[in-house]
Design a protein around this ligand. Sequence first.
Ligand code: SF4
Length: 337
Amino acid sequence: MPVSDEILLEVNDLVKHFPIRGGVFSRTVGNIRAVDGISFFVRKGETLGLVGESGCGKTTAGKVVLRLEEPTSGEVIFEGKNIVELGREGMRNLRREMQIIFQDPYSSLNPRMTVGNIIGEALEIHGLARGKAKEKRVKELLETVGLTAHHMRRYPHEFSGGQRQRIGVARALAVDPKLIICDEPVSALDVSIQAQVINLMEDLQNEFNLTYLFIAHDLSVVKHISDRVAVMYLGKIVELAEKAELYRNPIHPYTQALLSAIPVPNPTYERERILLKGDVPSPANPPPGCRFHTRCPYVMDICKEEDPEYKDWGDEHFASCHLEKGAPKKEVIATEE
Ligand code: SF4
Protein backbone atom coordinates (compact mmCIF):
# COMPACT_ATOMS: atom_id res chain seq x y z
CA MET A 1 0.00 0.00 0.00
CA PRO A 2 1.40 3.44 -0.82
CA VAL A 3 2.14 5.58 2.22
CA SER A 4 -0.42 8.38 2.52
CA ASP A 5 0.46 12.01 3.29
CA GLU A 6 -2.08 11.88 6.07
CA ILE A 7 -0.72 11.54 9.60
CA LEU A 8 -2.34 8.80 11.66
CA LEU A 9 -0.33 9.13 14.86
CA GLU A 10 1.50 12.11 16.25
CA VAL A 11 3.46 12.03 19.48
CA ASN A 12 4.50 15.35 20.99
CA ASP A 13 7.04 15.70 23.79
CA LEU A 14 5.98 12.46 25.40
CA VAL A 15 7.39 11.80 28.84
CA LYS A 16 7.11 8.75 31.07
CA HIS A 17 8.90 8.76 34.41
CA PHE A 18 8.58 5.97 36.95
CA PRO A 19 9.02 7.12 40.55
CA ILE A 20 11.71 5.49 42.69
CA ARG A 21 10.47 5.14 46.23
CA GLY A 22 12.61 4.80 49.31
CA GLY A 23 12.71 5.28 53.09
CA VAL A 24 10.18 4.19 55.69
CA PHE A 25 7.45 6.40 54.23
CA SER A 26 8.04 5.21 50.67
CA ARG A 27 8.64 8.76 49.52
CA THR A 28 9.65 9.46 45.92
CA VAL A 29 13.43 9.79 45.98
CA GLY A 30 14.01 9.94 42.25
CA ASN A 31 12.65 9.01 38.85
CA ILE A 32 13.47 6.47 36.19
CA ARG A 33 13.28 8.66 33.10
CA ALA A 34 12.25 5.87 30.73
CA VAL A 35 10.86 8.20 28.05
CA ASP A 36 12.08 11.76 28.32
CA GLY A 37 10.40 13.97 25.74
CA ILE A 38 10.08 12.20 22.41
CA SER A 39 8.25 13.49 19.34
CA PHE A 40 7.48 11.75 16.07
CA PHE A 41 4.63 11.05 13.68
CA VAL A 42 3.55 8.06 11.63
CA ARG A 43 1.75 8.47 8.32
CA LYS A 44 -1.15 6.24 7.27
CA GLY A 45 0.17 3.02 5.72
CA GLU A 46 3.70 3.70 6.91
CA THR A 47 6.03 1.63 9.05
CA LEU A 48 8.15 3.62 11.46
CA GLY A 49 10.96 1.56 13.00
CA LEU A 50 11.87 2.51 16.58
CA VAL A 51 15.28 1.13 17.47
CA GLY A 52 17.60 1.17 20.47
CA GLU A 53 19.44 -1.01 22.96
CA SER A 54 17.48 -2.62 25.74
CA GLY A 55 16.61 -0.10 28.44
CA CYS A 56 16.45 2.85 26.02
CA GLY A 57 12.71 3.30 26.62
CA LYS A 58 11.36 2.08 23.29
CA THR A 59 8.98 -0.52 24.74
CA THR A 60 7.72 1.95 27.35
CA ALA A 61 7.16 4.46 24.54
CA GLY A 62 5.01 1.89 22.69
CA LYS A 63 2.98 1.15 25.81
CA VAL A 64 2.45 4.83 26.58
CA VAL A 65 1.24 5.47 23.02
CA LEU A 66 -1.43 2.81 23.63
CA ARG A 67 -1.99 4.08 27.18
CA LEU A 68 -1.15 0.68 28.61
CA GLU A 69 1.05 2.95 30.73
CA GLU A 70 -0.17 6.46 31.57
CA PRO A 71 2.14 9.22 30.31
CA THR A 72 3.73 11.65 32.75
CA SER A 73 3.18 14.43 30.20
CA GLY A 74 2.94 15.05 26.48
CA GLU A 75 0.42 14.38 23.73
CA VAL A 76 -0.52 11.29 21.73
CA ILE A 77 -2.68 12.41 18.84
CA PHE A 78 -4.43 9.62 16.99
CA GLU A 79 -6.56 10.63 14.00
CA GLY A 80 -6.53 14.21 15.24
CA LYS A 81 -7.62 13.41 18.81
CA ASN A 82 -5.35 13.71 21.85
CA ILE A 83 -6.00 10.32 23.41
CA VAL A 84 -4.22 11.28 26.64
CA GLU A 85 -7.34 13.30 27.47
CA LEU A 86 -9.79 10.48 26.78
CA GLY A 87 -11.71 8.86 29.63
CA ARG A 88 -12.26 5.14 30.09
CA GLU A 89 -15.13 4.85 27.63
CA GLY A 90 -13.36 6.86 24.96
CA MET A 91 -10.27 4.68 25.33
CA ARG A 92 -12.35 1.50 25.18
CA ASN A 93 -13.69 2.48 21.77
CA LEU A 94 -10.22 3.37 20.61
CA ARG A 95 -8.63 0.09 21.71
CA ARG A 96 -10.05 -1.48 18.55
CA GLU A 97 -8.14 0.90 16.35
CA MET A 98 -4.78 0.45 18.08
CA GLN A 99 -3.41 -3.00 18.74
CA ILE A 100 -0.13 -4.44 19.97
CA ILE A 101 1.87 -7.55 19.10
CA PHE A 102 4.12 -8.54 21.98
CA GLN A 103 7.72 -9.61 21.94
CA ASP A 104 7.37 -12.98 23.58
CA PRO A 105 4.92 -15.28 21.82
CA TYR A 106 5.42 -17.80 24.67
CA SER A 107 4.06 -15.66 27.48
CA SER A 108 1.65 -13.38 25.62
CA LEU A 109 -0.90 -16.13 24.91
CA ASN A 110 -3.00 -17.53 27.75
CA PRO A 111 -1.93 -21.20 28.03
CA ARG A 112 -5.35 -22.25 29.34
CA MET A 113 -7.31 -20.91 26.37
CA THR A 114 -7.67 -22.52 22.97
CA VAL A 115 -6.42 -20.54 20.00
CA GLY A 116 -10.03 -20.07 18.90
CA ASN A 117 -10.90 -18.47 22.24
CA ILE A 118 -7.76 -16.32 22.30
CA ILE A 119 -8.56 -14.81 18.92
CA GLY A 120 -12.34 -14.82 19.43
CA GLU A 121 -12.15 -13.04 22.81
CA ALA A 122 -11.41 -9.67 21.21
CA LEU A 123 -14.29 -10.13 18.75
CA GLU A 124 -16.67 -10.67 21.66
CA ILE A 125 -15.31 -7.88 23.86
CA HIS A 126 -15.81 -5.36 21.07
CA GLY A 127 -19.19 -6.83 20.08
CA LEU A 128 -17.98 -7.70 16.59
CA ALA A 129 -19.08 -11.32 16.35
CA ARG A 130 -20.54 -14.12 18.44
CA GLY A 131 -21.39 -17.80 17.99
CA LYS A 132 -21.06 -19.13 14.46
CA ALA A 133 -20.07 -15.75 13.02
CA LYS A 134 -17.21 -15.56 15.50
CA GLU A 135 -16.04 -19.06 14.63
CA LYS A 136 -16.11 -18.23 10.92
CA ARG A 137 -14.11 -15.06 11.50
CA VAL A 138 -11.52 -16.87 13.64
CA LYS A 139 -11.05 -19.46 10.88
CA GLU A 140 -10.60 -16.70 8.32
CA LEU A 141 -8.04 -14.98 10.52
CA LEU A 142 -6.07 -18.18 11.07
CA GLU A 143 -5.92 -18.74 7.33
CA THR A 144 -4.90 -15.11 6.77
CA VAL A 145 -1.82 -15.61 8.97
CA GLY A 146 -0.85 -18.92 7.35
CA LEU A 147 -2.43 -21.33 9.86
CA THR A 148 -5.47 -23.54 9.30
CA ALA A 149 -9.00 -23.77 10.70
CA HIS A 150 -8.30 -26.94 12.67
CA HIS A 151 -5.71 -25.07 14.75
CA MET A 152 -8.49 -23.22 16.56
CA ARG A 153 -9.15 -26.07 18.99
CA ARG A 154 -5.52 -26.39 20.01
CA TYR A 155 -3.63 -24.75 22.88
CA PRO A 156 -0.63 -22.38 22.58
CA HIS A 157 1.91 -24.94 23.89
CA GLU A 158 1.18 -27.13 20.85
CA PHE A 159 2.70 -24.52 18.52
CA SER A 160 6.23 -23.45 17.60
CA GLY A 161 7.45 -19.91 18.37
CA GLY A 162 6.80 -18.73 14.81
CA GLN A 163 3.28 -20.18 14.82
CA ARG A 164 2.54 -18.57 18.17
CA GLN A 165 3.58 -15.22 16.84
CA ARG A 166 1.21 -15.80 13.89
CA ILE A 167 -1.55 -16.38 16.46
CA GLY A 168 -0.54 -13.10 18.12
CA VAL A 169 -0.81 -11.36 14.75
CA ALA A 170 -4.25 -12.93 14.12
CA ARG A 171 -5.41 -11.73 17.54
CA ALA A 172 -4.28 -8.18 16.76
CA LEU A 173 -5.96 -8.28 13.33
CA ALA A 174 -9.26 -9.61 14.70
CA VAL A 175 -10.62 -6.17 15.55
CA ASP A 176 -9.63 -4.56 12.25
CA PRO A 177 -7.13 -2.08 13.69
CA LYS A 178 -5.59 0.92 11.94
CA LEU A 179 -2.35 1.01 13.93
CA ILE A 180 -0.36 -1.93 15.26
CA ILE A 181 2.49 -1.45 17.68
CA CYS A 182 4.86 -4.33 17.03
CA ASP A 183 6.99 -4.66 20.16
CA GLU A 184 10.05 -6.66 19.08
CA PRO A 185 7.73 -9.22 17.46
CA VAL A 186 10.52 -11.37 16.05
CA SER A 187 13.38 -11.05 18.53
CA ALA A 188 12.42 -14.22 20.42
CA LEU A 189 12.34 -16.24 17.17
CA ASP A 190 15.02 -18.11 15.21
CA VAL A 191 16.58 -16.05 12.44
CA SER A 192 15.05 -18.31 9.76
CA ILE A 193 11.56 -17.78 11.22
CA GLN A 194 12.06 -14.02 11.71
CA ALA A 195 12.02 -13.41 7.97
CA GLN A 196 8.81 -15.40 7.53
CA VAL A 197 7.00 -13.42 10.20
CA ILE A 198 8.28 -10.08 8.86
CA ASN A 199 7.19 -11.03 5.33
CA LEU A 200 3.77 -12.00 6.67
CA MET A 201 3.45 -8.66 8.44
CA GLU A 202 4.37 -6.83 5.28
CA ASP A 203 1.78 -8.74 3.23
CA LEU A 204 -0.87 -8.00 5.85
CA GLN A 205 0.05 -4.33 5.85
CA ASN A 206 -0.63 -4.16 2.12
CA GLU A 207 -3.82 -6.18 2.34
CA PHE A 208 -5.40 -4.41 5.30
CA ASN A 209 -3.95 -0.87 5.00
CA LEU A 210 -2.15 -1.19 8.31
CA THR A 211 0.20 1.31 9.88
CA TYR A 212 3.01 -0.06 12.05
CA LEU A 213 5.21 1.31 14.80
CA PHE A 214 7.83 -1.42 14.70
CA ILE A 215 10.04 -1.61 17.79
CA ALA A 216 13.34 -3.50 17.61
CA HIS A 217 16.72 -3.58 19.32
CA ASP A 218 18.86 -3.56 16.22
CA LEU A 219 18.83 -1.88 12.87
CA SER A 220 19.02 -5.07 10.82
CA VAL A 221 15.51 -6.21 11.81
CA VAL A 222 13.77 -2.97 10.87
CA LYS A 223 15.76 -2.41 7.68
CA HIS A 224 13.49 -4.46 5.48
CA ILE A 225 10.10 -3.45 6.79
CA SER A 226 10.47 0.25 7.73
CA ASP A 227 9.81 3.34 5.63
CA ARG A 228 11.50 5.59 8.19
CA VAL A 229 13.55 4.73 11.23
CA ALA A 230 13.93 6.47 14.60
CA VAL A 231 16.88 5.68 16.89
CA MET A 232 16.40 6.00 20.64
CA TYR A 233 19.06 6.36 23.32
CA LEU A 234 18.38 6.69 27.03
CA GLY A 235 14.81 7.93 26.73
CA LYS A 236 15.29 10.27 23.78
CA ILE A 237 15.12 9.99 20.00
CA VAL A 238 18.60 10.94 18.76
CA GLU A 239 18.03 10.47 15.02
CA LEU A 240 15.08 9.93 12.69
CA ALA A 241 15.12 9.73 8.89
CA GLU A 242 13.80 7.98 5.84
CA LYS A 243 15.26 4.45 5.82
CA ALA A 244 17.71 4.63 2.89
CA GLU A 245 18.96 8.03 4.04
CA LEU A 246 19.55 6.84 7.61
CA TYR A 247 21.45 3.71 6.54
CA ARG A 248 23.51 5.61 3.95
CA ASN A 249 24.18 8.79 5.86
CA PRO A 250 23.90 8.41 9.65
CA ILE A 251 24.50 11.70 11.43
CA HIS A 252 24.54 10.59 15.04
CA PRO A 253 27.57 8.57 16.25
CA TYR A 254 25.22 6.19 18.08
CA THR A 255 23.34 5.36 14.87
CA GLN A 256 26.68 4.82 13.18
CA ALA A 257 27.72 2.37 15.91
CA LEU A 258 24.43 0.47 15.62
CA LEU A 259 24.88 0.27 11.84
CA SER A 260 28.40 -1.06 12.21
CA ALA A 261 27.00 -3.99 14.20
CA ILE A 262 24.82 -5.25 11.33
CA PRO A 263 26.38 -8.43 9.91
CA VAL A 264 27.39 -8.19 6.23
CA PRO A 265 26.31 -11.17 4.10
CA ASN A 266 29.69 -11.27 2.35
CA PRO A 267 32.59 -13.10 4.06
CA THR A 268 35.25 -11.35 1.95
CA TYR A 269 34.03 -7.87 2.88
CA GLU A 270 35.45 -6.37 6.05
CA ARG A 271 33.76 -3.50 7.75
CA GLU A 272 34.91 -1.57 10.74
CA ARG A 273 32.87 -2.40 13.80
CA ILE A 274 32.49 0.53 16.20
CA LEU A 275 32.63 -0.77 19.73
CA LEU A 276 31.12 1.61 22.23
CA LYS A 277 32.87 1.91 25.55
CA GLY A 278 31.02 1.26 28.78
CA ASP A 279 27.40 0.43 29.42
CA VAL A 280 24.28 2.47 28.86
CA PRO A 281 24.04 4.82 31.89
CA SER A 282 21.10 4.45 34.25
CA PRO A 283 17.91 6.24 33.14
CA ALA A 284 17.53 7.23 36.80
CA ASN A 285 20.60 9.42 36.48
CA PRO A 286 21.27 10.27 32.83
CA PRO A 287 24.50 12.16 32.06
CA PRO A 288 24.23 15.95 31.69
CA GLY A 289 24.55 17.55 28.24
CA CYS A 290 24.39 15.00 25.46
CA ARG A 291 23.30 11.72 27.04
CA PHE A 292 25.59 9.78 24.74
CA HIS A 293 28.74 11.69 25.76
CA THR A 294 30.01 9.00 28.16
CA ARG A 295 30.30 6.56 25.25
CA CYS A 296 30.78 8.75 22.21
CA PRO A 297 34.09 8.41 20.31
CA TYR A 298 33.84 12.07 19.19
CA VAL A 299 32.95 13.68 22.53
CA MET A 300 33.87 17.38 22.93
CA ASP A 301 33.75 19.67 25.96
CA ILE A 302 30.45 21.22 24.89
CA CYS A 303 28.84 17.75 24.78
CA LYS A 304 29.27 17.36 28.53
CA GLU A 305 27.38 20.56 29.27
CA GLU A 306 24.85 21.32 26.55
CA ASP A 307 22.14 19.03 25.32
CA PRO A 308 22.38 19.24 21.50
CA GLU A 309 19.29 20.50 19.71
CA TYR A 310 17.21 17.87 17.93
CA LYS A 311 16.91 19.51 14.53
CA ASP A 312 16.23 18.87 10.85
CA TRP A 313 19.53 18.45 8.94
CA GLY A 314 17.61 18.57 5.65
CA ASP A 315 14.86 16.52 3.97
CA GLU A 316 13.27 15.51 7.27
CA HIS A 317 16.50 13.94 8.54
CA PHE A 318 16.42 14.78 12.23
CA ALA A 319 19.32 14.30 14.64
CA SER A 320 20.80 15.80 17.80
CA CYS A 321 24.58 16.20 17.82
CA HIS A 322 27.06 19.05 18.34
CA LEU A 323 29.34 17.86 15.52
CA GLU A 324 29.06 20.40 12.73
CA LYS A 325 28.79 17.80 9.97
CA GLY A 326 27.62 14.86 12.05
CA ALA A 327 29.64 11.69 12.63
CA PRO A 328 32.63 11.35 10.27
CA LYS A 329 31.76 8.97 7.44
CA LYS A 330 33.06 5.42 7.85
CA GLU A 331 32.66 2.15 6.00
CA VAL A 332 30.00 1.02 8.41
CA ILE A 333 26.95 1.58 6.34
CA ALA A 334 24.75 -1.38 5.67
CA THR A 335 24.62 -2.43 2.03
CA GLU A 336 21.39 -1.77 0.14
CA GLU A 337 19.13 -4.73 -0.43
FE1 SF4 B 1 28.91 12.64 20.56
FE2 SF4 B 1 28.90 15.18 21.28
FE3 SF4 B 1 27.42 14.39 19.22
FE4 SF4 B 1 26.78 13.70 21.71
S1 SF4 B 1 26.79 15.74 20.87
S2 SF4 B 1 26.78 12.38 19.94
S3 SF4 B 1 28.77 13.41 22.62
S4 SF4 B 1 29.64 14.38 19.37
